[in-house]
Structure formats: C-alpha cells, structure tokens
Design a protein around this ligand. Structure first.
Ligand code: 5GP
Ligand code: MN
Length: 342
C-alpha cells in the first residue's frame, strides 16, 4: 500500500480542481475494466469525477458493467482520447506496469503527460511513477482498488456500481476464485462486495454465459489438434488468421482457451499461439502451474511478461516457426527437465 504520507498527498490531489483520468492496458480484460470503472464510481462518491480512457475496444461480455459504455476508446476516438489525457492533472495507471503496455497510440501520451501519475497494479517489475502501489501477491488490481479505498478511509464510497465492477475483476483474474493468488483476504473483500449488493450469479452469468456458436466452433477446432510436448508437461494450442476469419472472430472469443491445455493432468505449462488478425506477428498466451515462471520465460524468449502463472508475449515469425522455436526452447527449460511422475 502507499505510505501514509503518500496517501495524504493523494488525498489532497483528489479534489474538484484537478482533472482525474484513469487508463489501463491494451486489450483490456475484466480486471482492467473492473478496476477502472470501480475506481471511477468510488471517486465520484468521494466528490471527484474521473474519465476512463482505454487503448482499444474490449469484449462485449464486459459491457454490462455500469458505465462501460461511457469509456473513451482511443482506437475509435483518437482526438477525444488524446485531449482527455492532455488535460489530466492526475493520472491513475491501473492493471499495467509500463506505458508501452498501453499500445503504440497511447503510450507516448502517457509518457509525455505532465500529470501526477499514480500506479496501482499487480504485474511484475513496474516502471517508476510519482506514486506506486505495486503488489504481485494480489490476485487482481480490483482487490487493490478495494484496499486503496480502505486505506483512503473511503470504503463507504464503494457503492453497488463499484462493488459490481470490482467483483467482476476479482472473479475473472482469479479464474473464478481458483488461481493460486486467491486468498482469505480475497474472499473477505468479495464478501464485503456482496454485502454492498454485488450479485455473484448475475455477474458470473453476465460475464461468462455469453458463449457464441462461433466461439465453440473455434474451441472445438483448436482442442481437436492440441498437442503435448516435453513428456506431456507442455500443451500447445494454435490458431491461424484464416480460421479466425472463417469463424467470424470477435474480440474475447479466444479468452480462456489456453486454460484447457493447463487443465490436462500432468501439464505444467500451456502455450496458445494465435496469428494476429491484421499484423504479422504471433500473439502468445502462457499459463503455468506452481513455481514454473512464465513471466520470466516470456520476458526472456517471447518479448512479453505478465505474472508467474499467466503471461503473454509476441513473436515476429510465422506460426510454424514460432511453435518450432518454442519447442526448441522448452527442451532447455530447467523446470521441464526430468519429469518426476512415476
Ligand atoms: P493473456 O494471455 O491473457 O493475454 O495475458 C496474461 C497476462 O500476461 C496478463 O496479465 C497480461 O497483462 C500479460 N501480458 C499479455 N501479453 C503481454 C505482453 O505482450 N507483454 C507483457 N509484458 N505482458 C503481457
Ligand atoms: Mn489484472
């Protein structure tokens, strides 16, 4: 958490005279949108209006969140987004660790902004900002927004709308309260959010019971040709641009696919390689179990990063060459040597 002195300074920054703007990472997920909107609702009750700006569009299944439709999407409204960022006196940077994670369009606006920058994030290795609350043991930035409101003495400002947004981000970033970072504190926070009105069944169903036929067809396709490597310890999933087009891919359609690989008995790491729809690179999602650190792995080999058990990366080769390089790299991966299974 911020130091008491930092909290005092932040408190004095949060006033009507200051323009407050909230930004999050490229391809915003449930935690990114949930923390941004959650903080916006809390700040409003605190007496401060904030604008949320995101680099690009986010999945339809997150648009039920209160005021999701008021978010400015820089990809669609460049001028407006740039003006909002230029006018910021205080900039909250949520759920990412470095301006470059907000994409090529928005990163320079953040870097060049004269605003006071406040980072709240749970990714590894945050850049330096004016105020930093970084904690990689937290399962979701939404849980950190709750802690921040608590530390500010503003917990009573978490209203129904804020509670719904924060609940959603915690639910999605913990994979439904099951990832390793899910703690007793997570459940205490979530219990409080439920008491403030967040309805678990409504939120889970609005977010997750949103499958489309095209998504299931895509899933069937990639599960049908999933492969195991490294003595059954690594699952490899692939998807081509042509396949994405054939099935009328929409943002969010492939969310969670990589987890099917990780759910296979004996698998310690799953890697999902997907051709980008427009540009010539491969977007990779890594998931792992226990101490196998895919954040380090992706940083070292695939121009990426993230968390210990969930990371992403980008690779500028064809799909075949990327998978071939990956297979060579995992041969030398110490944590995948000598399987201890019987
Ligand atoms: P996903 O596989 O769901 O896209 O991402 C998993 C995690 O890794 C997320 O926390 C995300 O922020 C992070 N991540 C995904 N892609 C990248 C990347 O290219 N660079 C870095 N540094 N982190 C990434
Ligand atoms: Mn997150």
């Amino acid at each position: 958490m911020f130091t008491p002195q930092n909290l005092d300074e932040i408190r004095s920054l949060l006033c009507k005279e200051n323009k407050v703007v909230i930004v999050t990472h490229y391809n915003p997920d449930g935690d990114a949108i949930g923390s941004s909107l959650g903080l916006k609702h809390i700040l409003r009750n605190y007496g401060v209006e904030a604008d949320v700006v995101v680099p690009n569009d986010f999945p339809k299944f997150l648009k039920w969140m209160p005021e999701a439709k008021k978010i400015t999407i820089a990809d669609y409204k460049r001028k407006k987004a740039r003006e909002i960022l230029q006018s910021a006196d205080v900039l909250f940077i949520l759920d990412f660790n470095s301006p470059q994670r907000s994409g090529d369009l928005m990163a320079p606006w953040i870097t060049n902004s004269n605003s006071i920058k406040i980072l709240i994030d749970h990714h590894q290795m945050p850049d330096a900002f004016d105020y930093v609350y970084s904690d990689t043991t937290q399962p979701a930035t939404c849980q950190m927004i709750y802690n921040f409101a608590d530390a500010l003495g503003a917990k009573e400002h978490i209203d129904l709308q804020a509670a719904q947004c924060l609940y959603c981000g915690i639910m999605t970033d913990t994979g439904g309260f099951r990832f390793r970072s899910t703690s007793a504190q997570t459940h205490r926070v979530v219990a409080d959010l439920i008491e403030k009105g967040a309805e678990p069944s409504m939120i889970a169903s609005s977010t997750w019971d949103t499958n489309t036929l095209s998504r299931f067809k895509l899933l069937g396709l990639i599960l049908g040709r999933m492969e195991l490597a490294a003595d059954g310890q690594v699952a490899i999933l692939t998807l081509t641009r042509d396949e994405l087009r054939t099935y009328g891919f929409e943002k969010g359609d492939t969310e969670g696919f990589v987890n099917y690989g990780l759910s296979i008995q004996g698998v310690k790491m799953a890697a999902f390689f997907m051709e980008d729809l427009y540009e010539d690179f491969i977007k990779i999602s890594f998931r792992s179990k226990d101490d196998l650190d895919v954040n380090q792995f992706s940083r070292k080999h695939f121009n990426g990063g993230g968390h210990i058990n969930a990371a992403g990366g980008k690779y500028y080769k064809t799909l075949e060459s990327t998978v071939a390089d990956f297979q060579r790299i995992i041969e030398d991966e110490p944590s995948l040597q000598a399987s201890d299974s019987d």
